[in-house]
Design a protein around this ligand. Structure first.
Ligand code: SF4
Ligand code: SF4
Length: 336
């Protein structure tokens, strides 16, 4: 079993966290079954957010009787101190608990600090003093905000996208977190569905002793794969390295991660899906992406008015409108 300690929080768990975003899409009973199975098989870290609709409620429903044995992390997207309290109390109520192990600012566009005028960080401190939260963290998709958060010394954990497709910049964040005794929670360890071999994703991340991957779980087969890694962690052998090298060649560089931070699009184009269609279509059974729903989505790209909202909001600096056009052109070769 591989363990990880999240920096100065002292939270120590096996290297499989439960990412509770996808359980919004399944029924309460199905979610409860998956959550309970995860717990029974050894998962101890559950990451959710106020923003993930009923995800917190499902965790509370499934795991309230074992609350003391698990770690719960949630997040707030609020930018106002008044809303902070409302969000925190709602999260606690939904989760049926009186404390959170980790409370994170959810992808803020700036790094909240004491005295910045927002009152957000002060609210975090007060919540910790009151015992409503135990540790303070931040999640982000922007390298600059993440660096600032690490260097500020104000945060105990950083949650950031990290996988074997990440660049040197993300690796640098992992190292910086270690130097600052901060835990690194890796989201999108399967790069939004582009990585299809989870053992390779696991083995790559296992090399970093301060990194905890949280796997987004919606289907039982996916969950079973991750659960099997608790007792038998895959190691980075030749076979897995070959998969990683191959994926890096195929996917490396400027590809869309499907994060959705470029939304909303005034023309309702589903950018996270459409901007990486060329990759998705080659990595799943064709029928999935050639159905009428996806054909309609792709056709909407023609309505793009080049307002550049997406381009200006993409944290990876992608030229999103061009990427969409290129994906549409490629997609049409499958249709005709
Ligand atoms: S440039 Fe096109 S795709 Fe991007 S937000 Fe504007 S309309 Fe949508
Ligand atoms: S274009 Fe950029 S912001 Fe939009 S989904 Fe892709 S990576 Fe995310």
């Amino acid at each position: 079993m591989d363990f990880v300690t999240l920096g100065k929080t002292g939270i120590t768990v096996n290297k499989n966290g439960f990412g509770a975003l996808p359980i919004q899409r399944i029924t309460k009973e199905e979610a409860a079954r998956l959550l309970r199975k995860s717990y029974d098989k050894g998962i101890r870290f559950f990451d959710t957010a106020r923003f993930y609709t009923d995800s917190e409620e499902k965790i509370g429903y499934a795991l309230k009787d074992v609350r003391e044995n698990i770690y719960i992390a949630s997040k707030t997207m609020t930018t106002k101190a008044e809303e902070f309290w409302n969000q925190l109390h709602t999260s606690l109520k939904e989760l049926q608990t009186d404390y959170l192990d980790l409370y994170q600012f959810h992808n803020p566009s700036f790094c909240p600090k004491p005295g910045d005028g927002t009152g957000l960080y002060e609210a975090m401190l007060e919540a910790r003093e009151m015992g409503l939260i135990r540790h303070i963290g931040i999640t982000n998709h922007r390298i600059a905000v993440a660096r600032e958060a690490i260097e500020s010394g104000l945060y105990e954990t950083l949650q950031f996208p990290f996988s074997y497709l990440s660049t040197e910049k993300e690796l640098e964040l992992v190292k910086l977190c270690k130097e600052h005794d901060m835990g690194f929670i890796a989201m999108k360890a399967l790069s939004g569905g582009l990585i299809t071999k989870s053992a390779a994703a696991y083995a790559y991340l296992a090399q970093f002793d301060n990194v905890l991957p949280i796997w987004g779980v919606q289907k039982e087969e996916e969950l079973d794969e991750f659960l099997s890694y608790i007792d038998a962690p895959p190691s980075l052998d030749k076979e897995l390295m070959a998969i990683i090298d191959n994926d890096r060649k195929e996917l490396g560089g400027d590809f869309c991660r499907g994060c959705g931070y470029c939304l909303p699009c005034p023309k309702s184009i589903d950018i996270p899906t459409c901007a990486r269609m060329s990759l998705l279509i080659r990595r799943a059974p064709l029928s999935v992406y050639l159905n009428s729903e996806h054909q309609d989505k792709m056709a909407r790209i023609k309505e793009c008015i080049n307002c550049n909202h997406c381009k200006n909001h993409c944290p990876y600096g992608l030229d999103t409108p061009s990427l969409l056009t290129a994906n549409l052109k490629d997609y049409e070769t499958f249709i005709h």
